[in-house]
Design a protein around this ligand. Structure first.
Ligand SMILES: Cc1ncc(COP(=O)(O)O)c(C=O)c1O
Length: 398
């Protein structure tokens, strides 16, 4: 018999969206004309001025280890950005870079939560939070968001607070729903955090992708006492189309940052020196690529929301952020085609993959079944074709 794995692996699972990416890649390799609506990254290239900074770093041999929290030049840019864009003042020792926002969140949770602690998670939520909380030894406590518009349900959050509540993880603009949380709700959340003394992990990775006049609000900007209970996480993956560069950051009070640096120093060390130079250039440079990308995403969102709501039985809130929508497909569950019964959103996504050759993510991945996540990070032409195919496949279900 093979030597057994660690006990924790009985309760820990890999990212379902990463697994789907591998499945779709394999189907495409086999020659299937799949249109990917499961994509979690911008379909735009990294802007040229950022790429040039990366190339220059390589040419100048800026290719060695850096300090664990990142190079001074980049941390200075991040401090400036957080002040100018988000209205939050952080000192240099209150910021650390990381191998993507993902590592910053995982390290943060290791630092602030452990066995016996509960961490509130508004759901649906990004696939990784749940497992990160468990890996830290704490217990995730799911709190559904409002079903009509995917905004925070503040009464439900208040009810879920117990003496064990150590933190809440919020993501705004949200993956997977696209909702942008209101300043009013975030202010109420901050009051609760101060009253009951828990941390807010604010994942702001989609901050720049907002439409229709929506405004991103940083919870840490409310007051000093809120700031000191908040870990503001952000990165370069979505705003600058830099997913593969693996660079993000966290900002928080010094003891939290020191803790994050300790975790990182014993696991990954600093992120790539080359990516750090490129990230500094991203913040210093012109932001017009970002503005073009936002304008394009807005057009696509309007198109996709319009098309989805025109399909009988589907309802899709017209959300204002990120590049996802999360339509309710409930009326299609329990339907049949031939021998096939569609019981769950997982079945529906598999059916759409098999029959319409479009890849979507079932709501189960985000802890809320009966819905699917559609990413509009794809060309207008592909989105049009994908929605035609989806409409046809759904109309075959009875
Ligand atoms: C909500 C959310 N947070 C964090 C991340 C990770 O970002 P990064 O590429 O900076 O690790 C993602 C990526 O999909 C995300 O959707």
């Amino acid at each position: 018999m093979a030597t057994t794995l660690a006990e924790r692996m009985n309760h820990f699972s890999g990212s379902p969206t990463s697994a789907l990416i591998a499945t779709v890649a394999e189907l495409k390799r086999q020659g299937k004309n799949i249109i990917s609506l499961n994509v979690g990254e911008p379909d735009f290239g990294t802007p040229d001025y950022i790429k040039v900074a990366g190339i220059k770093a390589i040419a100048e041999n800026f290719t060695k280890y850096t300090p664990g929290n990142g190079i001074l030049e980049l941390r200075q840019e991040i401090v400036k950005k957080l002040k100018e864009d988000n209205g939050v003042e952080y000192a240099l020792n209150e910021v650390t870079t990381a191998v993507g926002a993902k590592q910053a969140i995982a390290s943060s949770l290791m630092v602030i939560a452990g066995p016996g602690d509960e961490v509130l998670l508004p759901i649906p939520c990004w696939v990784s939070y749940t497992e990160m909380i468990r890996l830290a030894g704490a217990e995730p406590v799911f709190v559904p968001v409002r079903s009509d518009n995917y905004e925070l349900d503040m009464d439900a959050i208040e009810k879920a607070i117990t003496p064990k509540t150590k933190a809440i993880v919020i993501c705004t603009p949200n993956n997977p729903t696209g909702a942008v949380y209101s300043e009013k709700d975030l202010r109420r959340l901050a009051e609760l955090a101060v009253e009951h003394d828990f941390f807010i992990v604010a994942d702001e990775i989609y901050e720049k992708l907002v439409y229709d006049g929506a405004k991103h609000f940083s919870v840490a900007s409310i007051s000093r006492e809120v700031r000191d209970r908040t870990i503001t996480v952000n990165g370069f993956s979505k705003a600058y189309a830099m997913t593969g560069w693996r660079i993000g950051y966290a900002a928080a009070r010094p003891d939290v940052i020191k803790g994050i640096m300790a975790v990182q120093s014993q696991t990954t060390s600093a992120t790539s020196a080359i990516s750090q130079k490129a990230a500094a250039a991203a913040l210093q440079g012109p932001q017009y690529d970002l503005h073009d990308m936002v304008a394009e995403f807005k057009k696509r969102k309007d198109y996709v929301v319009g098309r989805l709501n025109a399909i009988p039985g589907i309802t899709c809130p017209n959300v204002k952020g990120a590049f996802y929508v999360y339509p309710d497909v409930g009326p299609y569950l329990g339907k049949h085609v031939g021998e096939r019964t569609i019981e769950t959103a997982v079945d529906l996504c598999q059916y759409l993959l098999d029959e319409a050759l479009i890849s979507t993510v079932p709501g189960e991945a985000y802890n809320v079944p009966g819905k699917i996540r559609i990413s509009y990070s794809n060309s207008m032409e592909n989105l049009k074709e994908a929605l035609d195919r989806m409409e046809k496949a759904l109309s075959a279900l009875e």
